[in-house]
Design a protein around this ligand. Structure first.
Ligand code: NAD
Length: 508
């Protein structure tokens, strides 16, 4: 067998790497070259059963461990993640194709930040309940208890970040987790499990099963699972939520979007263009919160397009480990075909005006290695003069394809019309507005149907900020104080101290 860049990835439970009983493997591919970089062992159903039973065995002791003691272990994992940042970031770059300039500054960093946030939160009273004196002789208190064994199912675009955004609040709250990474980007999962073990996490608290949708479906439907936290497409989320509903399981659904970015007439053009580029080309457009519907006032259109074209030269393809590269390939051949299909549809069927990019292979910088020619590279693409009924402006493409939608400002109700157009989508993940008028910013944001909104910026998602979608984009939130609530159940207790029981059945 040919040797790959990385060693074979196994399953992980009972505190150690485990070989699959299925004897089946699949491969992880470097999207920048199309070459295999590791073999991955796929879980069979008995492997998933074994991982769940490992988590079940660990739960009584882990859930009874005081939050401060759990916190100390998780903070040790944070330190290891930060020490190994560049090595982990390189794994993410090879697995996803995202440039190292991105993975080394965002992916591991934001994952470790969230782990640190929840470790600190539970150690400082984040799991405390409420107490109310109901009357002098009675009081009521609430307690938060962990749910049990939870499933985490990840998408391929932010692999280790997603694993940490799920496992951090889950474990901090006293639950155990069986985590399934995306089959396209599974390399981080075993490494993260090993880091948790090195930090002192007891065996069985964090477990990994690898595989495709069938493994995810079996895991989500398993009677041993109390909650499913899922990140992925709307259509998959609908299936997972339906399967979880049968078992009355808790769910968190972090799904896709087709988010609007509203540039108001008084916005600074330069800033608006920077925001629109971040909202469309960061991570080669493979960000769930992308602002792909960019609404630009007609009178600003010319200046906006001119500035955008000038700045498109700062999108730099090339060796994904180079410090110059800020734009990688798409994650897989399947996804490459899907995104190119949308670009062709935009030109051939929607009849949108192509301002930049297109379906041809992009030029790679002079001196690039021959291997890069086989990667899943696309041109960052801008369609302009789009309208709301075009397919490219309605469906999530999840690639570097910006749709510029001009709007008129002559009518006194133009802001109402603009907000109505922005909200005219079944999804509601993110939205944003660029303006120099703060009161307009707040008024518009208040009316946007989205769970994550930005004013005069795009994309930042610190640990303190709860994030989750409205409408078809999801259920519940991750991160922030609210994100912890998704991993506990509440118990209310009323205590009577008056020495008599209020009864409807007293003697007349
Ligand atoms: P996907 O839905 O194809 O797969 C996601 C995960 O679900 C994978 O691990 C996959 O193996 C698993 N899966 C597939 N079928 C399943 C089934 N029937 N039951 C259980 N699990 C199953 O999504 P993807 O293509 O990996 O990711 C891209 C999507 O994720 C985009 O739509 C993007 O917007 C979304 N996303 C959302 C967020 C968010 O926070 N809202 C973040 C990242 C990505």
């Amino acid at each position: 067998m040919a040797s790959h860049l990385y060693s074979k990835r196994l399953l992980y439970y009972d505190g150690q790497a485990q070989s699959t009983r299925s004897r089946q493997t699949f491969r992880s591919i470097d999207p920048s070259t199309g070459s295999p970089i590791a073999d991955i062992e796929a879980a069979s159903q008995p492997d998933v059963d074994a991982a769940i039973s490992s988590a079940e065995s660990a739960f009584p002791s882990w859930s009874a461990t005081p939050p401060t003691a759990r916190s100390r272990i998780l903070l040790r994992a944070v330190a290891i993640l930060r020490e190994r940042n560049n090595e982990l970031a390189e794994i993410e770059t090879r697995d996803t194709g995202k440039p190292f300039t991105e993975t080394s500054t965002v992916d591991v960093v934001t994952g470790a930040d969230v782990l640190e946030y929840y470790a600190n939160l539970v150690a400082s009273g984040g799991l405390n309940g409420e107490t109310t004196q109901v009357r002098p002789d009675a009081w009521m208190y609430t307690t938060k208890t962990p749910l049990g064994v939870c499933a985490g199912i990840g998408a391929w675009n932010y692999p280790i970040q997603i694993a940490l955004w799920k496992s951090a609040p889950c474990l901090a709250a006293g639950n155990c987790m069986v985590y399934k990474p995306s089959e396209f980007t599974p390399l981080h999962a075993q490494t993260l499990a090993e880091i948790y073990t090195e930090a002192g996490l007891p065996a069985g608290v964090f477990n990994v099963v690898n595989g495709a949708g069938d493994v995810g479906a079996y895991l989500a439907a398993h009677p041993g699972i109390a909650k499913v936290s899922f990140t992925g497409q709307v259509s998959t989320g609908q299936k997972v939520a339906a399967s979880a509903a049968g078992g009355m399981k808790y769910v968190t659904m972090e799904l896709g979007g087709k988010s609007p970015l509203l540039i108001l007439p008084d916005a600074d053009v330069d800033q608006a263009v920077d925001g629109a580029m971040m909202a469309n080309f960061f991570s080669t457009g493979q960000v769930c919160t992308n602002g792909t519907r960019v609404f630009v006032p007609e009178q600003m259109l010319e200046a906006f397009e001119k500035t955008l074209l000038e700045k498109m030269q700062y999108v730099r393809l090339g060796d994904v480990m180079s410090e110059k590269t800020n734009f990688g390939p798409l994650v897989s051949k399947v996804h490459y075909d899907k995104v190119l299909g949308y670009i062709r549809h935009g030109i051939d069927v929607d009849g949108a005006k192509l301002l930049y990019g297109g379906p041809e292979k992009p030029e790679l910088p002079e001196g690039s290695s021959v291997e890069l020619k086989n990667g899943y590279w696309v041109k960052p693409t801008v369609f302009t003069s789009c309208n709301d009924s075009m397919r490219i402006a309605r469906e999530e493409i999840f690639g570097p394809v910006m749709c510029v939608l001009p709007y008129a400002t002559a009518s006194p109700s133009y802001l109402d019309d603009l907000v109505a157009r922005a909200n005219d989508t079944p999804m509601g993940l993110a939205a944003g507005v660029f303006t120099s008028n703060l009161s307009d910013a707040h008024k518009v944001v208040a009316r946007l149907q989205a769970g994550i909104t930005w004013v005069n910026t795009w994309g930042e998602s610190p640990a303190e900020m709860p994030v989750g979608g409205w409408k078809l984009s999801g259920l519940g939130v991750e991160n922030g104080r609210r994100g912890l609530e998704a991993w506990v159940r509440d118990k209310s207790t009323l205590v009577e101290m008056g020495g008599s029981v209020a009864s409807a059945f007293a003697k007349l």
